[in-house]
Design a protein around this ligand. Structure first.
Ligand code: BGC
Length: 463
């Protein structure tokens, strides 16, 4: 790409991974054998919809992989649907593996590195009906499935994400009740979280044995919780409790095997956790302001809301993602780095915005990437950025009502229309950089926040 003399630029390291992230249930269509299908069938999606054909990836994911190739993405994160691979306990569906082999082969042909998630919220019905991850003895089923998939696909993939967001799966499914199985039980949520972390560790060792040179990790959902009034001790306490419980308790259990006090008194340690990952997967979307509220014990006595007047995501029906808060990504990267003493590289395995009109996404992407660049400049080893998501896909809480795609999808006709953000993301990936030209073209209003972040240290190019 031609750069003008003296143009400001935020250049990313050579080999940086650029791409998008997605999951099987949200994209493939025709997934009728998991607990999420039972959940949507019983009317739990806020719009009343069901995922149906979703983005039809089971038939033609390749059409969207071609769009990723046009954006010069060099990575793409997708997940394997356990309920397709092992539709009944111990019975393996080779046709499903064939389809995944075709997808991964297609990606590699396009010079797109597949990053494969082995569990992204969905469980086969048979597994859910045996108590799922609430029962420690069920972990072996997960590890057996993981081993089978890795044996079958290791010639096509060497980057595995064992479990997506154990904290979301446990908290939304077992404490807040908005994901299946819809429970409201703190102790069970914690037990599930502990078992998921143990499942990760056991999967890590199983994969390492089969494919020693592969990269294996899990990703957590990090959310910022800031006190509504920093001067009020109760607001501070509620925010800090939410932060510890949601973000760092899980991370600590994954790092050293024990939950922080007092959770460590109630839950067994995660055995052999230390060292059981090759990278930290960071999913970051938003921050909440937290006001003390004695009536909300399940939410650690905090009422959460988006900072009034701040740029925000489309609220949709669930209003789950409020503020668009770029500094949060830097804060999360820095905390993960510091709390893990910089022991492993970091990948942003998800970051995205619900913005149907695509009028905030371009600046939001640029401003978040400027924060990633800042982290890298400070020596934090961030190795890749995967945007959530490539094509509008079926959202867990509210179906088609909120839109996270770089590419718009008409779910009725399956017609794709790239949003402006897709052109911009393509230019960034091609340049491996954010340039003034890109900012001028797509979000001139963000110029100062982007290059201001870099202050005087951003390199001035002479070409
Ligand atoms: C999940 C995605 C989801 C996104 C937006 C993340 O927590 O991993 O599957 O689509 O949030 O809701």
């Amino acid at each position: 790409m031609a750069l003008q003399r003296g143009q400001r630029i935020l250049r990313f390291p050579d080999g940086f991974l650029w791409g998008t992230a997605s999951s099987s249930f949200q994209c493939e269509g025709g997934n009728t054998n998991s607990q999420w299908h039972r959940w949507e069938e019983s009317g739990h999606i806020l719009t009343g919809e069901t995922s149906g054909d979703a983005c039809n990836w089971w038939q033609e994911a390749e059409r969207d992989f071609a769009l990723a190739e046009q954006m010069e993405n060099n990575a793409l994160r997708l997940s394997i649907e356990w309920s397709r691979v092992e539709p009944a306990e111990g019975s393996w569906e080779s046709a499903a593996i064939d389809r995944y082999r075709a997808m991964l082969t297609d990606l590699r042909r396009r010079h797109i590195k597949p990053l494969v998630t082995l569990h992204h919220f969905t469980d086969p019905l048979w597994f859910a009906d045996r108590g799922g991850f609430a029962k420690v003895e069920n972990i072996r089923y997960f590890v057996r499935y993981v081993s089978y998939v890795v044996e079958q696909l290791q010639d096509l993939c060497d980057f595995w994400i064992t479990i997506n967001e154990p904290n979301i799966y446990a908290v939304l499914g077992y404490l807040l009740g908005s994901y299946p199985p819809g429970e409201h039980d703190l102790l069970r949520a914690m037990r599930v979280l502990r078992n998921l972390m143990q499942a990760h560790v056991e999967a890590f060792y199983a994969i390492s044995r089969l494919q020693p040179q592969s990269q294996i990790g899990y990703c957590l959902h990090y959310r910022l919780f800031d006190p509504a009034s920093p001067l009020l001790p109760l607001d501070r306490a509620a925010a800090s409790l939410q932060d510890t419980f949601f973000n760092w308790a899980t991370m600590q259990a994954g790092e050293i095997g024990t939950f922080p006090f007092p959770l460590n008194l109630l839950f067994a340690p995660v055995k052999h956790a230390a060292g059981a990952r090759d990278f930290h997967g960071v999913n970051y979307y938003t921050r909440d302001m937290v006001r003390f509220d004695a009536a909300r014990p399940a939410e650690m006595f905090g009422r959460r809301f988006a900072l009034p007047g701040a740029p925000r995501n489309d609220p949709g029906l669930a209003d789950n993602f409020g503020e668009i808060y770029p500094p949060g990504l830097y804060r999360v990267l820095k905390s993960v780095y510091q709390r893990t003493r910089g022991n492993k590289p970091l990948y942003i395995t998800e970051n995205g915005f619900s913005d149907t009109l695509d009028d905030r996404r371009p600046s939001a992407i640029l401003e978040h990437l400027a924060m990633v660049h800042r982290a890298i400049r400070e020596g934090i080893p961030v190795r890749g950025y995967l945007h959530w998501t490539l094509v509008d896909n079926f959202e867990w809480l509210e179906g088609w009502n909120v839109r996270f795609g770089l590419i718009e999808l008409d779910q009725y006709t399956q017609k794709r229309t790239p949003r402006i953000s897709a052109s911009m993301f393509g230019e960034i990936c091609r340049a491996n950089a954010i340039t003034e030209t890109i900012v001028t073209r797509y979000a001139p209003e963000a110029m100062e926040s982007i290059f201001g972040v870099a202050q005087q240290e951003s390199s001035r190019l002479s070409v």
